[in-house]
Design a binder for this molecule. Structure first.
Ligand code: AMP
Length: 114
C-alpha cells in the first residue's frame, strides 16, 4: 500500500508545520486552513478512518482526544472554545484516508456544519 500524505508528513518526507508530537500522535497546521487556527492531529498508526478503528486502538483514540484538548489549549483556544472534527467517508467529507482530528478555532463556527 502506498503511503498517505499524512504518513509522509509524519516521516518528514514532505514539509509541514509540526507543532506537537509524541510516540503516538503528531499535530501539524492544515495547509488550507478553514479558521484562523486549523490544526490536524493524527495517529502515527495509519488507521484509515474512525470506522476502521479496532478495539485494540482504544488507548490510541483516548490519547488522541486528550491531546486534541491539550494542543487546543496550547494554541490559546481554551477560553473562547474550539471545534474538533473527524470526517468519515465520502458523505463526511473525508479526503485523506488516514484518521485525523481537525482542531478549529479563532472564530465563531456555525452550526449545523455545511
Ligand atoms: P479531511 O477532508 O477531513 O480528510 O481533511 C484532510 C485535510 O488535510 C484537509 O483539511 C486538507 O487541507 C489537509 N491537507 C491535505 N494535504 C495537506 C498537507 N500536505 N499538509 C497539511 N494539511 C494537508
Amino acid at each position: 500500500m502506498s503511503k498517505t500524505i499524512f504518513e509522509k508528513i509524519i516521516a518528514r518526507e514532505i514539509p509541514s508545520d509540526i507543532i506537537y508530537e509524541d510516540d503516538l500522535v503528531v499535530a501539524f497546521r492544515d495547509i488550507k486552513p478553514q479558521a484562523p487556527t486549523h490544526v490536524l492531529l493524527v495517529p502515527r498508526k495509519p488507521v484509515p478512518r474512525i470506522a476502521e478503528a479496532a478495539a485494540e486502538d482504544h488507548r490510541l483514540l483516548g490519547h488522541l482526544l486528550l491531546k486534541a484538548a491539550e494542543v487546543a489549549a496550547k494554541l490559546g483556544l481554551k477560553p473562547n472554545g474550539y471545534r474538533l472534527v473527524i470526517n468519515n467517508g465520502p458523505d463526511g467529507g473525508e479526503s485523506v484516508p488516514h484518521l485525523h482530528c481537525h482542531i478549529l478555532g479563532g472564530r465563531h463556527l456555525g452550526w449545523p456544519p455545511g
